[in-house]
Design a protein around this ligand. Sequence first.
Ligand SMILES: Nc1ncnc2c1ncn2[C@@H]1O[C@H](COP(=O)(O)OP(=O)(O)OP(=O)(O)O)[C@@H](O)[C@H]1O
Ligand SMILES: [Mg+2]
Length: 372
Amino acid sequence: MKDTDPIQSAERIVSLIDVDKYFGTNHVIKKFNLHVNQGEFLTLLGPSGCGKTTILRMIAGFEDSSSGMILVQGERVEDKEAYERDVNTVFQSYALFPHMTVFDNIAYGLSVKKVPKEEIKVRVKEMLELVQLLGFEGRKPDMMSGGQKQRVAIARALINNPKVLLLDEPLGALDLKLRKQMQIELKRLQKKLNITFIYVTHDQEEAMAMSDRIAVINNGVLEQLDTPGRIYKHPKTKFVADFIGESNLFDGAVKESKGACSSVVLETGTVRLQAGSEEIPKEAALIPDRDITICVRPEVMKYSKTPVEGFTITGVVKDVIFVGSQYRTLIVMDDGYEVKVNRVKVDKEITEGDRVYLYWDPEDAIGIGTGN
Ligand SMILES: Nc1ncnc2c1ncn2[C@@H]1O[C@H](COP(=O)(O)OP(=O)(O)OP(=O)(O)O)[C@@H](O)[C@H]1O
Ligand SMILES: [Mg+2]
């Protein structure tokens, strides 16, 4: 019964079961259920204010839940103090002690536990090696860069050998280049140490690059928990489709289904959708009249100057913009919806003001509301 009983499961290192959190009358976390596996890099991803920090703080013991259960290594922790839980936290604002050297900052947790001085020396050195800061032990935090300070903060948390490391936007203060470098370093550290990371970010690219699984949160509700690939290919809700990657979204209703292929009627015309592809499993019946949202990623969106069978939607080319690695074409439909098309090469056949037929390979469209 391992799969259904988190209390019995050794692999599930952190579990939240039906957790609710109110601040006064403000219901910020809603019936939240999440199981985190041992050794996993799990990311909580969602827009500002959706409740990510609150969830971390409840796991860490800095915030009480209003109801529900929180388990760490199979034991309920709601009544345990933060220091009694086998988790450590790294915050966005390093929270280093400014008057202490790097060595003393990292050694802090062990000094408090009265670990012998010789052992502290050895373990701090190991940590400095791990975060590639050997030689920095005598410096004070204000003599270091943001990335270096963050590595000290991580070393300071890791030296306690926590079972779980909670990280709240740890790279938020860094510039893009350093951030990308630190993403790789953090991921490497996590795999090497086989510590469970619960990581918070509102940056979807960062979440995609680092995580084994992502929990997408919207307004205190867990919208989807899945691998980065499945979140991108099988978004279960409109929110997820829109928040992860870029998407063109069309609301409509199924008109008819022939075999795996369905015609879908939008307000602006008819389009096609293929069930039985990787995106839409066969068992997801495309029932006539059923409301459906179609998500088409900009890289698979197509257009043509001549009509394409099964598709009757059109738009006018508004702009072709070079965005560094690719060309982005914006096509405005008659209802004002702006369709995004991404291409590696510029298409010399079309210019601004051209009317084009919009279409896609039916198996490239993702049906939301099909039960996928
Ligand atoms: N101590 C508090 N008292 C009252 N309301 C709070 C408190 N802390 C957070 N909230 C509210 O709870 C909601 C969730 O906040 P939280 O800090 O968890 O969001 P977040 O997802 O971490 O956002 P961000 O990405 O901006 O850090 C917000 O509406 C916030 O205003
Ligand atoms: Mg936050």
